[in-house]
Design a protein around this ligand. Structure first.
Ligand SMILES: [Ca+2]
Ligand SMILES: [Ca+2]
Ligand SMILES: [Ca+2]
Length: 428
C-alpha cells in the first residue's frame, strides 16, 4: 500500500466513523399546571413543571446510542438480535464488535423509514442507560451514572436529584397522557386522545375526528411511524403522540416495582389505553416486540451554549486548515461537541474545540477541492444537550503565491510572518 492508498483508507475510516455520529435530539412538550389534583384513580398529580417526549424514542435515536456505546463489545446487552430478526425490529448490525471491525448499527434492510418508528426489544434497564448516556452528553458518556444509580438493582434503583434526562414517573406519564390541562383542577380524559371513549383502531392517519385513532389490538401487526395519527390530531392535551398504542412505554414505576407499563400497544387490547389500566406483568429485564421508551426532562434544563466559529480563515491550496471554536462558551456548564459546516456540508462531531482538517479531508468531508471563498459555521452542544449555531465566517482558499509575489511580499516586510499551515491567517 503506498502513501496515497493509506491516506485514502484513513480518510475512508474517518468518514465511516463520522457518518455514525449524529447527536440525538428529543422533541419535547412542556407539561405545566404544577400541583394539579389527582384523578379518581389516584394518579396524575405532579408538583413540578417538566418536559416529556412528544414521541416515543425511535429506532434512529436508539441506533445512535448503539453506535456510540455498543460498537466494541456490548457488555450491557443494549442490542438484542430480535431488533434485526423480528418483524417489528428496525435495526441491523454489521461488523465484529472489535476495535479493528466495530459493530455498526444501521436501519434494517437499508430502509431509512425504520428510523422514524419506535424502538422495541428494549428493557427498562436499556431505557435507564439511554437516559444516563443522554444526561452525560452522549458520545462517550457513561451509561451507569448520571440520571440513575444502581441500574440492574430494583431495590436501590433511583432517579438522581439533578437528572437532566430520565424516564417519566408513572404520575408524569399519566398527567401528560390524560390531564385536560389549564389550572390545577381541569380534570382528566379516559384516553390519551382527549377522549372519554376508545380511539378507533385503524391505520394512520386515522379518520376518527372525535375519539382519535390509534395503532392497537393487532390491527396492523406492527409498529407505525411516530406521530402518524394526525387526522384528529390524535394527541393529548399537552401535544404528545402515541401515548395510546403503538408501543408500551417504560416508566420508573415499572422498574422499581415491576408494576406498570402504560398505554397499550399495537399488539394489545384498546381498553388498556385507558387511564385506569396499569400493566403489572413485566419485569424491567423484559424485552419484547411491543415495548418501547418515552423520555422526560426537567422543564428548565439550563442555559444554552453560545457558539463562536472564529475566523475568518485563509488557506493556501493544498494546505490544512485549523478551525478554532474555542471562543464558544456555555454559561452554566461545558461544551461537549463541535460540528463544523463548510459550504453547507456537515463534518464529523468533534470533541475538541479546535479541529484540523487536511486538504484531503476538506475534499472528503466537505466536498471542497478548489480555490474560492466558502461559508463556515459551527454548531456546539453543551453537557445538557442544548445546542447553538455560530454566525457564519469565511474560509478563503487561494493559490500558492508565485516567486514574484513572495518577493513583493518580502519587500513589504511580510514574508517573515509566513510560517506554513500552522499560521493560516497571514495572508489576511
Ligand atoms: Ca437489552
Ligand atoms: Ca405508546
Ligand atoms: Ca448549558
Amino acid at each position: 500500500m503506498d502513501g496515497r492508498e493509506r491516506l485514502a483508507l484513513a480518510v475512508g475510516l474517518v468518514l465511516a466513523l463520522c457518518v455514525a455520529a449524529q447527536a440525538v435530539t428529543i422533541e419535547w412538550v412542556t407539561v405545566g399546571d404544577a400541583s394539579n389534583n389527582p384523578d379518581d384513580t389516584g394518579y396524575g398529580t405532579v408538583d413540578h413543571d417538566y418536559r416529556i417526549g412528544k414521541y416515543e424514542v425511535t429506532c434512529g435515536q436508539y441506533r445512535e446510542f448503539l453506535n456510540a456505546k455498543a460498537a466494541v463489545g456490548d457488555p450491557y446487552g443494549l442490542y438484542n438480535s430480535k431488533m434485526t430478526t423480528d418483524a417489528r425490529g428496525g435495526i441491523q448490525r454489521t461488523g465484529s464488535g472489535t476495535v479493528g471491525d466495530p459493530w455498526v448499527y444501521s436501519p434494517k434492510g437499508g430502509d431509512a423509514s425504520w428510523d422514524d418508528r419506535p424502538v422495541v426489544w428494549v428493557s427498562g434497564w436499556d431505557a435507564a442507560r439511554l437516559a444516563n448516556w443522554m444526561h452525560n452528553g452522549q458520545g462517550s458518556g457513561d451509561t451507569e451514572t448520571g440520571a440513575y444509580a444502581n441500574i440492574g438493582n430494583q431495590a436501590t434503583f433511583a432517579r438522581q436529584p439533578d437528572a437532566l434526562i430520565f424516564l417519566p414517573s408513572e404520575n408524569e406519564w399519566y398527567k401528560a397522557a390524560y390531564y385536560k390541562a389549564g389550572g390545577t383542577d381541569a380534570g382528566y380524559w379516559e384516553y390519551p386522545t382527549q377522549s372519554d371513549h376508545q380511539p378507533t383502531v385503524q391505520a394512520p392517519p386515522g379518520t376518527d375526528l372525535v375519539n382519535g385513532s390509534a395503532n392497537c389490538n393487532m390491527e396492523l401487526w406492527n409498529t407505525t411511524q411516530i406521530g402518524a395519527y394526525t387526522a384528529k390530531p390524535s394527541t393529548s392535551a399537552y401535544g404528545t403522540f402515541d401515548q395510546g398504542g403503538n408501543v408500551w412505554e417504560w416508566h420508573e414505576t415499572a422498574i422499581t416495582t415491576s408494576y406498570g407499563l402504560r398505554g397499550s400497544s399495537w399488539g394489545y387490547v384498546p381498553s388498556a389505553m385507558a387511564a385506569a389500566y396499569r400493566n403489572k406483568y413485566l419485569a424491567p429485564t423484559y424485552e419484547g416486540y411491543a415495548v418501547g421508551i418515552r423520555l422526560a426532562s426537567p422543564a428548565f434544563a439550563g442555559d444554552p451554549p453560545v457558539a463562536d466559529a472564529g475566523g475568518a480563515y485563509h488557506l493556501l491550496t493544498g494546505q490544512s486548515v485549523m478551525l478554532d471554536g474555542s471562543a464558544s462558551a456555555d454559561p452554566d456548564g461545558s461544551i461537549v461537541s463541535w460540528q463544523w459546516e463548510i459550504d453547507g456540508a456537515a463534518g464529523p462531531v468533534e470533541t475538541l474545540s479546535i479541529a484540523t482538517y487536511s486538504w484531503a479531508q476538506l475534499h472528503a468531508l466537505f466536498g471542497i477541492s478548489s480555490n474560492g471563498v466558502y461559508d463556515v459555521r459551527v454548531e456546539v452542544t453543551d453537557d445538557q444537550g442544548l445546542t447553538d449555531w455560530s454566525q457564519v465566517t469565511t474560509l478563503t482558499i487561494a493559490p500558492e503565491p508565485t516567486t514574484l509575489t513572495l518577493l513583493v511580499l518580502g519587500g513589504l516586510g511580510l514574508l517573515r510572518r509566513r510560517r506554513g499551515a500552522s499560521q493560516p491567517r497571514e495572508l489576511a
